[in-house]
Design a protein around this ligand. Structure first.
Ligand SMILES: [Zn+2]
Length: 201
């Protein structure tokens, strides 16, 4: 492995601030109702982050918003309660609600959709706090790693470079080729923060 050509040539680090989170689960009676729920959350996507958790008879969505006023979440809840008979809502996202989503999917024959997992602790997280993308020489994305808020909060790194190194070092996947390489910050004023990976020879 040593001295080999690195398959990754660039790292980009995209921090996503954590906000208010909620989960909405709706049991629909037919495909028309399922379509209405899907439209409602589709419209919300322009205002808040929306991640669909499951599809079918049970429609499940996780949302995250960054305004300090969470009245929009009350509105969504009231709208759903006014129209559907079976609703589960929670004003956070955790493994317990995710287990409920999985169980209800099994019970209703609904399909669980893929949701990001923290690549350090393994926790399910629809809105990872840090997303690290690794691309090759041609700029094609070769890997995407997600890190949750608690794993990223534990870092004592004093620079962005040290921070991304510490995340990749804690990642369950082995990124030893990057650990040995030199990272060169690419000039950019905006997010994401980019580094060029200079493979050590
Ligand atoms: Zn984590």
């Amino acid at each position: 492995m040593s001295g080999g050509k690195a398959s990754f040539s660039e790292i980009s680090v995209d921090p996503q601030p954590a906000g208010f989170r909620a989960v909405f689960l709706v049991e629909t009676r037919d495909s028309a109702e399922a379509r209405d729920v899907s439209e409602l959350f589709g419209e919300l996507e322009s205002r808040i982050q929306v991640k669909q958790l499951c599809t079918g008879k049970l429609a499940g969505y996780a949302v995250q918003m960054h305004e300090s006023d969470s009245s929009l979440l009350d509105e969504i809840e009231a709208t759903l309660k006014g129209q559907y008979s079976f609703i589960v809502t929670q004003r956070s996202f955790d493994e317990v609600i995710y287990r409920i989503v999985k169980e209800l999917c099994t019970d209703t024959g609904s399909r669980l959709l893929s949701v990001p997992h923290c690549n350090i602790c393994g926790r399910t997280d629809p809105f990872p706090n840090i997303v690290v993308s690794l691309s090759d020489e041609q700029g094609n994305s070769r890997a995407c790693r997600n890190y949750c808020a608690s794993c990223t909060a534990g870092s004592t790194a004093t620079s962005n470079k040290e921070f991304v190194r510490s995340l990749l070092a804690s990642d369950k996947r082995n990124f030893r080729e990057i650990e040995r390489a030199e990272l060169v910050r690419r000039p950019s004023r905006k997010q994401p923060i980019r580094f060029r990976i200079k493979a050590s020879v």
